[in-house]
Design a protein around this ligand. Sequence first.
Ligand SMILES: C[S@@+](CC[C@H](N)C(=O)[O-])C[C@H]1O[C@@H](n2cnc3c(N)ncnc32)[C@H](O)[C@@H]1O
Length: 228
Amino acid sequence: MQRGPLAGLDRCRGMRNKLKMTDDARLYAPAAARNREPIFHVLERHLPQSGLVLEIASGSGEHVTYFAQNSASGIVYQPSDPDAEARASIDAWVKTLGLDNVRPAIALDAASQDWPISQADAILCINMIHISPWAASLGLMSGASRILPNDGLLYLYGPYRRNGIHTAPSNVDFDRSLQERNPAWGVRDLDEVASLAAEHGFSPPIIEEMPANNLSVIFRLTHSQNAG
Ligand SMILES: C[S@@+](CC[C@H](N)C(=O)[O-])C[C@H]1O[C@@H](n2cnc3c(N)ncnc32)[C@H](O)[C@@H]1O
């Protein structure tokens, strides 16, 4: 368990906590600027060398643009977010950084059965499943199993309970603040997420502990519904 100055601070608390610091549409999420490097250190060991990587809930776009700047040349990123302000920010970051390996952001609600994309080689979803109703997690697993190939990566990042118990006092406080904002939100139990993933054809996850009491949760699809 991490204590000290970062414990509990490394949290994306939703779009309303993103800062606007320029005249264009770019938003700044301090947590994303802090955690994108440790996240990428994990991702670079699991991402394919080439292919299309879909990010769900891209938020400000600071993760996807950082990953795009540091990834193997064969990877193309597809950011997404249901929030129009987020999509404008993502596209503005891509334009400012001059990236040619990031597609324009698309409107994707994970909870929907109708995703505007039919194939991806890997899916990233950072800090969404606790800041959305459980229906978004159901939709995420269902959609990921529809569009990933066998052995496709589904990467989740965020805080989790383990065996029903919070892993740090800061996560207890964070969970309470989430549920005060929306009773359908909250820090999820890793076993419940892994069970849901298994129902959709994913292997048991690889877990990596991350700064500020977060986890990287790495699933591989073993029973794809995507015929290719
Ligand atoms: C806490 S922010 C995380 C943003 C970014 N991934 C990060 O870590 O900085 C949560 C994001 O989830 C998105 N979101 C909420 N519900 C969603 C859903 N049902 N499907 C996809 N994205 C959703 C929000 O629009 C917001 O951008």
